[in-house]
Design a protein around this ligand. Structure first.
Ligand SMILES: [Zn+2]
Length: 117
């Protein structure tokens, strides 16, 4: 379950931010995860809850938003969302090229914002 290690790194980042800003309480953390980062929101949510249960972060809300996959064709530069939307390799609707597309979005995993008190 890689969500556990993801939750651990998120918590480390959150703790860093709290120390940096002299805050005591985490109200909300918003995480954006790309469709290709293969994060299971329920699993991450559960890992977050387990890891924060006995800490000062207990009770904080974890909000997650998925970013769709967006590819850019290497031949014609057209940007498109592949079908199925989880596929990094898909034919370009403009020219049919299947390989070498750039992943514009869909792989990201980051904290969008923190609400601290
Ligand atoms: Zn193309």
């Amino acid at each position: 379950m890689h969500e556990l290690s993801i939750a651990q790194s998120l918590l480390a980042l959150i703790e860093d931010e709290m120390t940096k800003h002299g805050k005591e309480k985490l109200i909300t953390v918003k995480v954006r995860h790309g469709r290709l980062s293969s994060v299971v929101p329920e699993a991450l949510s559960m890992a977050f809850e387990v890891l924060t249960a006995d800490s000062r972060l207990a009770g904080a809300a974890l909000v997650m938003e998925e970013t769709p996959v967006l590819l850019r064709c290497r031949d014609c530069n057209r940007e498109f969302t592949p079908e199925p939307p989880t596929a990094a390799f898909a034919p370009c609707p403009g020219c049919g090229q299947e390989l070498g597309h750039t992943v514009v979005s869909g792989r990201e995993l980051y904290i969008e914002y923190l609400e601290l008190e």
